[in-house]
Design a protein around this ligand. Structure first.
Ligand SMILES: [Mn+2]
Length: 280
């Protein structure tokens, strides 16, 4: 844990061996986890896409210290695009390992070999280190859980509602252990987007395998799994968050996306209301 502590104290220059060690600890932490993790409390703060913005991740670190009775759920998309992808990914792993009971690191659509190869992480890692080191991160992609759930309360994942699923047990039966997303349902859970219309599913211009889910699909899914409120990330809204479907779905984005977004994290409060917290 000396390595984890040094990262929390600002060490951003890790050796190959240290990345191997850190990613190995993270893999051990999650390798036997189910796809959907139970969360024991409603006192939760959700973090959206970080995309390699270390400044925002350091601000999250301060909130984890301040709200020391809260759980924190990172909703995925740690690297790709931003200026400090390796440092951001390492810091989120260190935050998870140093608070294993109350910090959870979920998998986003960018935690995939093929996406990371297209959007920058692969290039950043192989330029600074080597292909071997990229494979260390790739093995982390494979083990990250897909969602969190609290019975009769909340559900959260990176993208949102998938087609043809009506129970948590069905999601638990899927296999996430692959560097990409060969499973169509898991793919949809990290890629789908909501739209404020009353339909079930429509094609999604992001991908032939992704869908847009409407209010009908959202309402049915929430009734089927018995949840009141859903949190997701994946889309950049200028205020850093956006609510849908009578405030029962909250979308959060936690990086600036080149100044287009005022990054936020979102705290779940009493009666399923939310409090957005600013990162810069
Ligand atoms: Mn995304």
């Amino acid at each position: 844990m000396e390595l984890v502590r040094s990262i929390l104290e600002g060490n951003t220059k890790l050796s190959k061996d240290e990345i191997w060690q850190l990613s190995g600890m993270l893999q051990d932490h999650y390798r036997s986890s189910p796809n959907v993790l139970d969360i024991p409390t409603d006192n939760v703060i959700f973090i959206g896409d970080l995309h390699g913005e270390l400044q925002c991740t350091l601000a999250v670190q301060q909130y984890i210290k301040k709200y020391n009775k809260h759980h924190f759920v990172f909703l995925g998309d740690y690297a790709d695009r931003g200026p400090e992808q390796i440092e951001t990914f390492n810091l989120v792993m260190a935050l998870t390992l140093s608070n294993p009971k109350r910090v959870i690191m979920l998998r986003g659509n960018h935690e995939s070999d093929s996406v990371a190869t297209r959007y920058g992480f692969y290039n950043a890692v192989t330029r600074a280190y080597s292909f071997d080191v990229f494979k260390h991160y790739s093995r982390v992609f494979e083990v990250l859980p897909i969602a969190v759930y609290k019975h009769a309360s909340l559900f959260a994942c990176h993208g949102g509602v998938p087609e043809d699923i009506s129970s948590i047990a069905e999601i638990q039966g899927l296999n996430r252990r692959h560097p990409n997303f060969p499973d169509d349902i898991i793919f949809q859970m990290v890629w789908n987007d909501p739209k404020k219309n009353d339909f079930m599913f429509r094609p999604n211009p992001r991908s032939g395998r992704a869908r847009i889910f409407g209010k009908a699909a959202f309402t049915k899914f929430m009734e089927d799994i018995n949840a009141q409120v859903m949190f997701r990330a994946h889309e950049a809204f200028p205020q850093g968050y956006q609510t849908f479907f009578d405030n029962k779905l909250v979308s959060v984005f936690s990086s600036t996306s080149c100044t287009r977004v005022q990054p936020k994290i979102v705290r779940l409060c009493k009666d399923y209301t939310i409090e957005p917290l600013a990162l810069i």
